[in-house]
Design a protein around this ligand. Structure first.
Ligand code: FMN
Length: 607
């Protein structure tokens, strides 16, 4: 990471902050604000401290390594599309027929030898310093507490290396780790993830599970940790493929797990499968807190590190965040891997304000009736794509998927209740909207067809429509229509929620001459003029199997759910910055934000 810091200083516009700043809230808040700027920069905090614990840390904290698209591309050493092209070529590899084809194939096959990680026999730079068990103290690491209501401090960019019980499979996953005390960490591997599957094997066998958590090194390790590789494929293969250079691994000191030789810090230990501890709450990348839940606990055996390590960390919360750029690269690289199951897929896009799994837009060539539905099922059935809640499919004639305004118009001109398809499936571990954890509604829109014939029969201006809606239902406080030029304007209705929105939907039904799509949101912490955050809120908050009506027109209840709705799970709160911390950072000139910025990204609760 020292090399990365030098490289970022020379090429990546690194901002160095020498002011002593607290790992609790201050450093995370500065990084959170920075990554939301259009020209965001990586940040190095050279003097992290913890005032409450009276600690001055010996190592700096590096954040926003994936601060923007161009930096992400630099980390890859090529555009992620170029990686995708290489993967596509590999997937299409056919046995050569003529001698000339054989000769042409040699360089490709030769480069494949670089894909496989190399296991070295000697110790790595990451093992220059070895801290024995008796001296292990996680307080030596500048572990961040991002949000006021977080259950504690969390390692947010830990590369978690694990292996299957029989040692035949190795895995790298990026999972957050809660620091409980000097030598114990909470392992937040979610139920659908590979390390959790390995854990099940150890649990069944009644054996302790070895784990090595690495921090730092080549930033591409970090990206590989979050890449949704198929189960059983070690992410370091992808590393070797992208770098065209084998990952060089060394054995951990106290277990058989191999980690990259050049990471900055390695925390080795094991999980006793009979023990769990409450993990969280934690302000997550959904922009909501994930609630307390029991997770396995890692007991640390040793910590090894380089002589001058750098501590890599990220901050998650409401979009846009660093995962926007990591996610962009993932989306590009994994396109060819989706094609074998959806061969007529042209492209897909997961906007960051849909927090990735909450919204996907896909472009395809349709060859037969139901083709888009077939692809929706394929997506909902495979790997981490199955977490997707809302899938909108368009045909070849649609605008580019990144042209969000034009694409939305295209979809709305093709939308009708008959083209909306609702089913159920598994949902992301973090999803808070489904009535039951892990299983919830899925909504697909087949907008691959022609424009629909009829738009709104009697369109009304916002003020006139508000009068009508308010007459039907007194708790409506405001209304705004988006995309009125299309066949299906989006009518966003803001309410002061006093009861289940089923009643509002019943009362709105007679207004079908004026409304074709109604989306209900609450007044608290929403702004009708902020479509970016409205989209974020709506796709987060709905479970289509419960919250969407298709008759007499499309109605969506995107309010928070609770006892009024017969919803028995706890509904989590938004991640908000701490005002006093923002004020302090602003006074010190460490951030420079205006009221409009605070509102735009929902940094503070609305008054
Ligand atoms: C910043 C960040 C934090 C993440 N935190 C977690 C986490 O705490 N738990 C988890 O299961 N997945 C987390 N993920 C997602 C996983 O890294 C991702 O699903 C990865 O593909 C899992 O690898 P696996 O399939 O090998 O288990 C996180 C991703 C990012 C970008």
């Amino acid at each position: 990471m020292q090399d990365v810091v030098a490289w970022l200083t020379a090429h990546g516009n690194l901002k160095i902050i020498d002011e002593p700043l607290d790992v609790e809230l201050e450093i995370p808040h500065v990084a959170y604000i920075e990554v939301k700027k259009p020209d965001s920069r990586p940040l190095l905090f050279t003097q992290p401290i913890n005032r409450a614990k009276g600690i001055t840390y010996e190592m700096p904290v590096l954040m926003n390594i994936f601060a923007n698209k161009s930096l992400t591309e630099e980390i890859f050493g090529k555009h992620p599309d170029a990686v995708a092209e290489g993967i596509e070529e590999l997937l299409k590899l056919k046995p050569p027929k003529a001698l000339i084809d054989k000769i042409k194939m040699i360089p490709k096959l030769f480069s494949l030898k670089n894909v496989f990680p190399k296991r070295l026999k000697f110790r790595g730079e990451c093992q220059e310093v070895i801290i024995p068990k008796a001296e292990v103290d996680l307080d030596r690491l500048p572990i961040l507490k991002t949000w006021e209501e977080d259950g504690g401090a969390f390692i947010t960019m830990g590369q978690v290396y694990t292996q299957s019980l029989d040692g035949s499979m190795q895995n790298l996953g990026m999972y957050r780790l809660q620091q409980y005390d000097k030598n114990r960490l909470g392992m937040h591997w979610q139920i659908h993830k590979d390390a959790s599957h390995f854990f099940d094997q150890y649990q069944r066998a009644g054996k302790k599970m070895p784990i090595s958590v690495a921090i730092g090194g080549d930033p591409l390790y970090i990206w590989c940790g979050q890449a949704p590789m198929p189960h059983g494929m070690f992410e370091m293969l992808l590393y070797g493929f992208v770098r065209n250079q084998n990952a060089q691994l060394v054995k951990s000191i106290t277990n058989e797990i191999y980690i990259p030789r050049d990471v900055d810090i390695v925390i080795e230990g094991f999980v006793d499968p009979t023990l769990t501890e409450i993990e969280g709450p934690f302000g997550d990348h959904t922009g909501y807190y994930t609630l307390k839940e029991p997770f396995p606990v890692m007991e640390v055996e040793t910590i090894t590190m380089k002589k001058s390590p750098v501590f890599a960390a990220t901050v998650v919360g409401k979009p846009p965040l660093e995962d926007k750029y990591m996610g962009w690269a993932t989306e590009r690289v994994f396109l060819p891997m989706l094609k074998p199951m959806a061969p007529d897929l042209i492209d897909y896009n997961m906007p960051e304000n849909g927090v990735f799994h909450n919204l996907i837009m896909a472009k395809m060539k349709t060859l037969y009736k139901g083709h888009a539905m077939q692809f929706m099922h394929a997506f909902w059935g495979v790997g981490q794509m199955s977490f997707v809640k809302h899938a909108l499919f368009v045909g070849e004639d649609a605008p580019k998927l990144e042209e969000s305004e034009a694409l939305t118009e295209h979809i709305l001109d093709r939308l009708s209740p008959e083209r909306v398809f609702i089913t159920k499936g598994i949902v992301d571990h973090l999803d808070h909207s489904s009535s039951e954890q892990f299983v919830g509604g899925k909504l697909g829109v087949d907008a691959t067809g022609d424009e629909i014939a009829e738009g709104v029969a009697v369109p009304l201006e916002d003020s006139k429509l508000f009068e009508k809606v308010h007459k039907c239902y007194r708790d409506v406080v405001a209304l705004k229509q988006y995309f009125s030029q299309t066949k299906n304007p989006l009518c966003v209705i803001m309410v002061e929620k006093q009861e289940s929105m089923a009643n509002l939907m019943d009362k709105l039904a007679p207004l079908h001459a004026h409304i074709k799509v109604a989306i209900i949101v609450e007044r608290a912490n929403n702004e009708l003029d902020n479509p970016y955050m409205l989209l974020w809120r709506v796709v987060n908050n709905i479970d289509a199997s419960r919250d969407v009506r298709l008759s007499p027109y499309i109605m969506v209840d995107a309010t928070n759910k609770g006892a009024l709705d017969g919803f028995s799970r706890e509904w989590p709160g938004d991640t908000f910055c701490t005002k006093s911390v923002l004020d302090d950072l602003q006074a010190k000139g460490l951030i420079d934000i205006e009221e409009a910025f605070v509102k735009k990204f929902g940094l503070l609760p609305f008054e």
